[in-house]
Design a protein. Structure first.
Length: 100
C-alpha cells in the first residue's frame, strides 16, 4: 500500500503536469496515555504504525509526535519515541486541515 494513496493530486498551473498536493500535519500534544518506545533494529515509522495502529499509512502520527523527526525513514537503535495512543482527534484534525 502506498503512503501517497490519500494524497490529493493537483495540476501544475505552468507545466500542466500532475503533482502531489502538500500535506499538512496537525501538531500532536503528548498525553499521559502515550507509550514510550525504544527503537529496535530495523524499525521504521511505517512498521511501528503497522504494529501499534494496524495501518502503516499512519506513520506520520508517530513521526509528528517526535520532535526529532527530520525526514529520516529509519531511526537509531535505542532512540526514545513517543507513540500516541489516542489518535482519533489527531485524525480528525488531519482531515480538517487537508480539505481543498
Amino acid at each position: 500500500m502506498s503512503r501517497y494513496r490519500t494524497t490529493k493530486i493537483l495540476k501544475d498551473r505552468v507545466t500542466k503536469n500532475k503533482v502531489f498536493a502538500t500535506t499538512e500535519y496537525p501538531i500532536i500534544v503528548r498525553k499521559d496515555s502515550d507509550i514510550t518506545y525504544y527503537v529496535r533494529f530495523d524499525d521504521t515509522y511505517m512498521s511501528l504504525a503497522h504494529r501499534f495502529y494496524n495501518d502503516q499509512t499512519l506513520w506520520w502520527v508517530i513521526a509528528r509526535a517526535n520532535n526529532n523527526f527530520v525526514g529520516n525513514i529509519k531511526m537509531e537503535v535505542g532512540e526514545k519515541l513517543i507513540i500516541p495512543t489516542e489518535i482519533g482527534e489527531i485524525l480528525k484534525q488531519h482531515t480538517k486541515i487537508n480539505r481543498i
